[in-house]
Ligand binder design. Structure first.
Ligand code: FPP
Length: 250
């Protein structure tokens, strides 16, 4: 194992677009759901690795709002897998003191999956050090739309003054309210798109793309992504000079 003991400039929050389950299955002559099942095993390993590496927040893109357009059999398999994953993993999450969150239009998930999700969220609600966020029926554009709707209603009711709104007020209406923005976003499988994932929250995130398919992604790959992140200079609009000599800022 490489020496990757946690460092001060490590990411606090990693978001992952877990892509490539279908191709992994196809390469082996398996069905697509078999690829997702293998992907779920990777998910468990990466949760463990994040805890070992001191990553406090992990957000996983598990089902996008657009994924409903897949064949029924695959959608059903993904929902069943979610239910199975939650029933199997909740005990471990409790043992690891990981708090589960969900972002997305959760109310539109099938009842059984929704209930399993709520049960797991309730069972881990007391923890506040480690956080696992599942993006389910998630779409950044829907998230913005839902925030705009809720702010517009509040404005119509005279509860907020539109002219004094700031970004902080808007972000409080996103599904991710209360969660820090991701420092690093990883996408597996060689695709270099963001696919409607955390568009608002990733304004200053670093991106890491790898050809490795999600079922093959492992702790070593995660460490590689973190090592790359450590070499990046996050300037947040400032110059490199300002960052290395803060006194020369003015
Ligand atoms: C994208 O790969 C993956 C998904 C749409 C589903 C992600 C689900 C998992 C990793 C498993 C379950 C996780 C939980 C938390 C229950 P793809 O199917 O688009 O792959 P392809 O591009 O190779 O076809």
């Amino acid at each position: 194992m490489s020496d990757i003991s946690s460092k001060a400039n490590d990411p606090q929050h990693i978001g992952i677009i877990m892509d490539g389950n279908g191709r992994w299955a196809k390469q082996r002559g398996y069905s697509r759901p078999a690829g997702h099942k293998e992907g779920a095993k990777t998910t468990r390993k990466i949760i463990d690795a994040c805890q070992d590496l001191g990553i406090k927040y992990l957000t996983l893109y598990a089902f996008s709002a657009e994924n409903w357009n897949r064949p029924d059999v695959e959608v059903r398999a993904l929902m069943e897998l979610l239910e199975f994953f939650l029933s199997r993993e909740t005990k471990t999450l409790i043992k690891q003191r990981v708090r589960l969150h969900a972002i997305g239009r959760i109310e539109e998930l099938p009842e059984r999956a929704r209930k399993a999700l709520q049960k797991a969220i309730d069972a881990t609600a007391e923890f506040d050090e480690w956080h696992l966020v599942l993006a389910l029926n998630y779409s950044s554009r829907n998230e913005v739309l839902d925030a705009v709707r809720s702010l517009a209603k509040a404005a119509a009711a005279g509860e907020v003054d539109p002219d004094s709104l700031e970004w902080g007020d808007v972000s409080q209406h996103l599904y991710t309210a209360g969660l820090p923005d991701p420092d690093l976003i990883i996408r597996t499988s060689g695709e270099t798109r963001i696919s409607n994932f955390l568009l608002m929250q990733s304004a200053y995130s670093e991106f890491y793309f790898t050809d490795v398919l999600w079922p093959d992604f492992d702790r070593e790959q995660l460490e590689k992504a973190i090592a790359t992140y450590r070499c990046r200079e996050r300037r947040f609009g400032k110059t490199g000079e300002q960052l290395s000599h803060p006194a020369a800022s003015t």
